[in-house]
Design a protein around this ligand. Structure first.
Ligand SMILES: [Mg+2]
Length: 168
């Protein structure tokens, strides 16, 4: 159980992820979460640092897409502004949408990183499939009420992972 909840890497924000190091690890594709990873929850404002980072990963030749539990009405707008394909209503941590993304990118799980702000959706789902999981801090504290409870549980889990020395 612990193994599945532990991210392989931890970053403060998505745009602080070192893409050169990802390349060195053999990563060729990046799956990104939308809410509180690329943009704040239910907010379409794209911060310049994130836009720049997306440009950099494209220039570096990475395959990339968005996999979100949110709906397509919200997703498509951002998918267009980032110029990235997206999979919506993904029901993460279920693996189906991740599998679809891998198929679209024509990559194996070991070649793909998943970046997200939630342990129980992004990290658990990614680890179940053998992806390289990267946990980021949520962009904004404001979020879906249901998530607030999950955050409390998440805090306990992250504390546990740190104590076990699994999370640096
Ligand atoms: Mg999220």
């Amino acid at each position: 159980m612990w193994k599945y909840l532990c991210p392989k890497q931890y970053a403060k924000n998505i745009h602080q992820i070192d893409i050169v190091k990802l390349k060195e690890k053999g990563i060729k594709g990046i799956i990104m979460d939308l809410d509180n990873t690329l943009v704040s929850w239910n907010d379409n404002t794209v911060i310049p640092e994130v836009a720049d980072w997306i440009d950099q990963i494209k220039e570096a030749g990475f395959n990339a897409c968005i996999v979100s539990n949110n709906n397509s009405r919200r997703g498509e707008v951002l998918s267009k502004s980032f110029d990235l394909p997206g999979f919506w209503k993904a029901v993460k941590p279920r693996r189906r949408a991740f599998r679809k993304a891998l198929k679209m990118m024509n990559l194996k799980p070991s070649q793909v990183a998943v970046v997200g702000d939630q342990v129980f959706t992004d990290i658990l789902g990614g680890n179940r499939l053998g992806l390289y999981t990267i946990l980021v801090r949520p962009l904004n504290k404001r979020e879906f009420v249901g998530t607030l409870f999950v955050r409390k549980v998440e805090k306990v889990i992250l504390y546990g992972l740190r104590r076990k020395g699994l999370l640096k």
